[in-house]
Design a protein around this ligand. Sequence first.
Ligand code: PEP
Ligand code: MN
Length: 262
Amino acid sequence: NVNRKFHPDSTVVDIAGVKLGGGNFQIIAGPCSVESQEQVSQVAVAVKEAGAGLYRGGAFKPRTSPYAFQGMRAEGIKLLLEAKKISGLPIVTEVMDISHLPLFEDVDVIQVGARNMQNFELLKELGTLRKPILLKRGLSSTLEEFLMSAEYLLAGGNQNVILCERGIRTFETATRNTLDLASIPLLKSMTHLPVIVDPSHATGIAKLVKPMAMAAAACGADGVMIEVHNDPPHALCDGAQSLTPEAFQDVVKAINAILPHS
Ligand code: PEP
Ligand code: MN
């Protein structure tokens, strides 16, 4: 059960030795999409040096337009695993379909994107695994719906679930989404599961990533997930919200200044 009433202790998810939750703050960083071995390895080494604990990269991309770059798919996962070897960082990547799951065997965290938050058959299948799942909040989902989707994973026996607030759809169009910061302390009171924030998709604007990442750390999030690209203007996906490795390093310092000192 996701309810904190029945499980007062915060869940700590162990990702190949990297702990997230219960006071363990983690920074997940990496490009929106895997584009080449050179790109994905270069960014992995850079974010590791800057202080990231986990590496993200999309191989299967849920794009609004069927004519947009769809990701490198199976090949992208191979390149990510190579970047993991080089950097030592565990990897997070999104699954879009049950039939692709065999490709995710060596992936450390399987991401369920916002668009699949209510793909109940996918959630049931992932519930049978014991691999950590990063579940992103649906584009227009209430917290109750978000938690019920997490419940599908736990109902199958998979307790290794990380929730991710990534902004919701509102009337405002100046930002890509509206970051629901209040959901962080609220979710944390409702559930024992760790809650992280994705300030990149929440805003869609690179310069807003730092203040929103700082706000996430200040209001009790268990981590952040930030898009970083070696050459944002030429990124195949989400360049406008992607940070350079230098800008990312600055964000890590700002977050560390806010986190309670251990
Ligand atoms: C992503 O993290 O790459 C992504 C597609 O995000 P979301 O599902 O939150 O839109
Ligand atoms: Mn993206």
